[in-house]
Every structure is written in C-alpha cells, then in structure tokens.
Design a binder for this molecule. Structure first.
Ligand SMILES: Cc1cc2nc3c(=O)[nH]c(=O)nc-3n(C[C@H](O)[C@H](O)[C@H](O)COP(=O)(O)OP(=O)(O)OC[C@H]3O[C@@H](n4cnc5c(N)ncnc54)[C@H](O)[C@@H]3O)c2cc1C
Length: 400
C-alpha cells in the first residue's frame, strides 16, 4: 500500500529543525553570506539537534531514524541556506553512510560513532585539479610500505576541507590500474603532521559564500593499513556508492530551495502592486509561480521514492541520479524566476532570492554535473548500463 504520510517521529523532527533554523540560522545567514563568513559553530549547532546521527543505529552513536528523515532534514536546512545542508550532506551522506556501508566494525566505532554523536566533522576528498568528472584519472598516490601507506597528491573543491577532523580521501594504490587502482583512506587531522597534511580554503566563489570549500595537500603523509576502507582497489566503488547517498541529500536539499523560492515569490506577488493590482494576478507571474509549485512536488516525490528504496535496501543509482539532477535544475529555475518575480528588488541583497540563485548553481555541478547525469540516465534507458551485483550495499533501514 502506498503511504506518503510522515511518521510522528518524522513530523516532530521536521518541526524541531524548522524552528531551530528560523531562530539560529535565518537571522544571520544574509550577513554571513555577504561577508563570506563561515560560522564555525554550524556543525555544533546541527549536533545539538542530533542531526549528524539521524539515520544511524544507536550502536553507532545514531538516533535510529530512517533515511527519509535525513532527506526531510536536508530539505529544511536548505530552505534557509545551502551551506547548512552541505555540512550535513557531506558529513552524513558522503562520509557517514559510506563508512556504514564499507567500514569494518572497528572503523565504524573509531570514526562513524564519533561522527554520529557530533564530536567529529568529516569531509570527502575525491576531486583533484585535473580530475573531476573523470574520477579514475586522479593523480594522488598511496604507496605501500609494509603495513603502512605513503600518500601524495592534492584534492580540491572539497566542502569543509578546512574545518573537518576526519578526511576521506581517494588515491591510487596502482597508478596504472585505472578505476581499479583506486583505494580509500580515512585521515585524522589530529594524528597527521602539519606539513604532511595541509588544507586551505578556496576564496572568491559565486555562491554558498558562508561555506567552507578548500583544497587538501598530502605530502609524504603516512597512514596505517587499518585506515584503508575496503580492500585495495575498492576505492572507485566506494566513491560511487558514497555518491548514491550524497546525491540523495543534494536532491532533498534542492527541494528546500524550490520551496523557499515559492514561499518568497508568493508572498511578494501578493504585496507588490503594478497597474492597480497585485502582480500575482498576472498570468505570466502565475506561470513562474506555478512551475515552482509543481517542481516542489515533483522534487519531493523523487526524493521520497529514493528514500523508500534506501529504506528497503534496493539499488537506486538511476533513481538518485534523476532525483539529484531534476531537483537541482528545479532549484536553479525557481531561484531564477524568483528573482524575476521580485524585479529589481530580487537583484538586491534586501531579499534572499539573489542568494538562492547564486547558491543554486554549485549543486548542479557537484556530485556529478548535469551532463554526467544525463549520460548516466541515457545509458540506463538504452540498456548500455545495467546494475551489476555490488560488493557492499547500504544496510536497509531496521528500527533500533
Ligand atoms: C561548491 C562546490 C563544492 C564541491 N564539493 C566537493 C566535495 O566535497 N568533494 C569533492 O570531491 N568534490 C567536490 N566538488 C567538486 C565537484 O564534484 C566537481 O567540480 C565536479 O565533479 C565536476 O568536475 P570538474 O569541476 O573537474 O569539471 P570537469 O569534469 O572538468 O567538467 C567540465 C565540463 O565538461 C563536461 N564534461 C566532462 N566530461 C564530459 C563527458 N564525458 N561528456 C559530456 N560532458 C562532459 C562537464 O559536464 C562540465 O560541464 C565541489 C564543487 C563545488 C563547485
């Protein structure tokens, strides 16, 4: 039986996050964004609500809610600003759920549990200066010496690179092995020498200006083999399975931007008068607002479907690609139209819609560009790509 209603736990969570965001984040985000200031307390504030552990079992420091709860939280966070959703997205979606899927029991206790309890912040370093969409062409290396590895290379455009405690990075253990030569390693900043592991922020960004995005530099950085996730050569598969989770949070978050644009635009369309009546009376304005309303419903349904598949333990690479791509395009279109609905005021920082428009651009690029997702979906539709059996998959949802 199809049931899209929320459980009482989910309803309470949404209400708590919405209330918290309106008190703690909404009043300051405009100024933080204008100043390009990253609030170092964001993660601690998210942790005060228990959000880093929302969908992990209690034995790993979590709260045992399902994967839909995570999506609902992402929608609420991004309703205020993309930066808040990004912190949770990377920490829970890209890294935490990756560890939950691929980590050994010891690794889950060492890394996932403190992450879920909100004690440690994690980032995900896949992209390099010369390897974005073409992940397998990465140049970072991890040379094995006995039971240790020596890592060298650079990661860039990494969200929370400069603030994270734990850094999940990917490097070639077999430089000639293509995608099969990649392995995954967890770095602990506190246990790494300052010269061996260095991070720095990337300045001058179009949007998400209150965020932390940076580069990671690894120079003869030694890690133990116990810090490798999965087997040697599993790194590419791990990176892709992490992206199935990250993309879900990006799609759910973008749904929040669509709703924020819809709410701002309907309010303004009632307030603003031209030629003696509210601009909402004009069909051309209604057309823009109608598209926002429709895209909100479609985006939400897409992430609900992915949540359902995650809860059931079903493979969802195709569906999450559609969800991420559709919702991020919808968010950009909604923000573009929201600026139009607001006329010149939409172009000013007096209203949030110009921030929404700048913020909406990056999610179309990261976790697979629009083109990468179009190719993936086209290949599925044409039968050139089929899901093969996977080595590990995200555990289905089981109530604690
Ligand atoms: C704000 C922000 C945050 C980010 N956070 C992270 C993070 O936390 N961790 C991380 O690892 N990365 C992160 N990224 C990086 C992001 O994932 C990459 O930018 C993205 O994967 C694209 O890679 P690229 O920039 O190298 O573009 P390229 O791969 O060089 O692509 C350039 C253009 O060519 C197109 N193109 C490439 N190949 C093809 C093809 N085969 N067919 C058709 N078109 C193609 C692309 O679609 C794009 O339009 C972030 C990026 C941004 C902007």
């Amino acid at each position: 039986m199809l049931d899209l209603s929320l459980t009482s736990d989910q309803e309470q969570l949404v209400a708590a996050v919405r209330d918290f965001c309106s008190r703690e984040f909404a009043p300051r985000i405009g100024a933080d964004d204008r100043a390009g200031r990253h609030d170092p307390e964001i993660f601690a504030k998210l942790a005060s609500l228990g959000l880093p552990g929302v969908c992990f079992p209690q034995r790993y420091g979590g709260h045992g809610l399902d994967y839909l709860a995570l999506g609902l939280v992402c929608e609420e966070l991004e309703y205020v600003d993309t930066v808040y959703r990004t912190v949770l997205s990377v920490h829970v979606g890209l890294v935490g759920m990756g560890l939950y899927t691929w980590g050994t029991e010891d690794q889950k206790q060492r890394w996932l549990a403190p992450m879920a309890r909100g004690e440690k912040l994690a980032c995900y370093g896949l992209t390099e200066p010369n390897a974005g969409s073409d992940v397998a062409s990465m140049q970072s290396t991890a040379r094995r010496t006995g039971t240790r590895y020596v890592l060298n290379g650079q990661k860039t455009w990494v969200s929370d690179a400069d603030t994270a405690d734990f850094l999940l990075v990917f490097a070639k253990t077999d430089p000639k092995g293509g995608s099969k030569g990649v392995s995954a390693f967890m770095l602990d900043r506190s246990a790494s020498g300052k010269n061996a592991l260095r991070t720095e922020p990337i300045e001058g960004r179009l949007g998400i200006r209150a965020g932390d995005v940076g580069s990671i530099f690894m120079s003869d950085l030694e890690v133990d083999e116990a810090d490798r996730i999965g087997d040697e050569g599993d790194g590419f598969k791990i990176a892709m399975s992490c992206l199935d989770n990250g993309r879900y949070t990006v799609g759910a978050g973008a749904t929040g931007t669509v709703r924020a644009c819809l709410d701002a635009s309907t309010k303004y369309a009632h307030e603003r008068k031209t030629f003696g009546q509210e601009i909402g009376r004009y069909q051309l304005v209604q057309q823009m607002i109608a598209r926002m309303a429709r895209d909100y419903e479609i985006s939400r349904l897409l992430y609900f479907k992915v949540a359902w598949m995650k809860n059931k333990g079903l493979r969802h690479t195709k569906e999450v690609s559609m969800c991420k791509q559709y919702a991020t395009d919808a968010a950009f279109n909604a923000a573009h139209d929201a600026v139009e609905v607001h006329g010149a005021y939409g172009y000013s920082a007096e209203y949030p819609v110009e921030r929404f428009l700048r913020n909406a651009r990056a999610p179309i690029i990261y976790e697979g560009t629009r083109e990468v997702h179009t190719i993936l979906q086209g290949e599925y539709a044409l039968g050139y790509r089929q899901d093969k059996p996977v080595k590990k998959s995200l555990p289905k949802y089981e109530p604690d």
